[in-house]
Design a binder for this molecule. Structure first.
Ligand code: NAP
Length: 249
């Protein structure tokens, strides 16, 4: 049985890493997948082909997660074409690491804009129509760093912690209309984002993971499938860690 048969889903930042795996897994589970990206045009085309190869309907939008107008336009087009949206994964995210004393205003603002303001924009753009349909699941990809903090990542940790407060508030506001909102907090997941880490930093992370391995993108995608599916119908306002046990709340 396919868990997302007939569902219309939107995934931001899906041309590589975790977002790509979520898009692929959603397609394999029978969903229509509309995904966004910022700059990787070739990779987006290739992903569309891969998704349609699974038998899914797939479409991509080149729209910056921090561009409210662009997102509103996309949302209007999606509702006009598909009539409803069942699940939204806010995955697009960046890092601009620096110790606080050296962190520039630009590094602070670009991370807050892409990681946090984008959640507000996406929710604003899609919520009204979802409320009318009385169905929908928001899945916001945060990070364990938003729970624990991390030296050199004050901007990133603030953006990821902000997503948690935002999501819980949203869950409280829209629960009565059958709209759910949850946070997925990945730990150390092997992607291009983490490839950039120095060897020593990598060892430090692994020491603190009870399951003694980095996560893979499918570990995160599987949880997103669950949250987008009707199997999670009574779960809202939660922060679910996918981190091999690294952070125990
Ligand atoms: P990644 O490999 O760097 O991929 C990021 C994706 O987001 C790319 O497809 C990129 O598209 C897109 N993107 C970046 N900025 C964008 C923008 N302004 N507008 C639209 N799309 C944008 O990242 P990842 O490691 O898969 O991480 C995905 C999410 O998981 C992020 O939110 C990250 O914070 C979170 N996370 C990751 C880890 C980890 O260990 N990897 C751990 C915890 C949380 P373009 O190529 O077109 O720019």
């Amino acid at each position: 049985m396919k868990l997302l048969e007939g569902k219309i889903t939107v995934v931001t930042g899906a041309t590589r890493g975790i977002g790509r795996e979520i898009a692929e897994e959603f397609a394999r589970q029978g969903a229509t997948v509309i995904f966004t990206y910022r700059s990787s045009v070739e990779k987006a085309k290739e992903l569309e082909d891969t998704l349609t190869g699974y038998g899914a309907t797939a479409e991509s939008y080149q729209v910056d997660a921090g561009d409210l107008e662009g997102i509103q336009k996309m949302a209007d087009e999606i509702f006009a074409k598909y009539g409803q949206v069942d699940a939204i994964v806010n995955n697009a995210g960046i890092t601009q690491d620096n110790l606080l004393l050296r962190m520039t205003e630009e590094q602070w603002e670009s991370v807050i804009q892409t990681n946090l303001n984008s959640i507000f924009y996406m929710t604003k753009a899609f919520l009204k129509n979802m409320l009318r349909k009385r169905t929908g699941s928001f899945i916001n990809i945060s990070s364990v760093v938003g729970i624990t903090g991390n030296a050199g990542q004050a901007n990133y940790a603030a953006s990821k912690a902000g997503m948690i407060g935002f999501t819980k508030s949203l869950a409280k506001e829209v629960g009565s209309r059958n709209i759910r909102a949850n946070v997925v907090a990945p730990g150390f997941i092997a992607t291009e984002m983490t490839d950039a880490l120095p060897e020593k930093e990598l060892e430090k992370w692994l020491t603190n993971i009870p399951l003694k391995r980095p996560g893979n993108t499918k570990d995160v995608a599987d949880l997103c499938v669950f949250l987008a599916s009707d199997m999670s119908a009574y779960i809202t306002g939660q922060v679910l860690n996918v981190d091999g046990g690294m952070v125990m709340n």
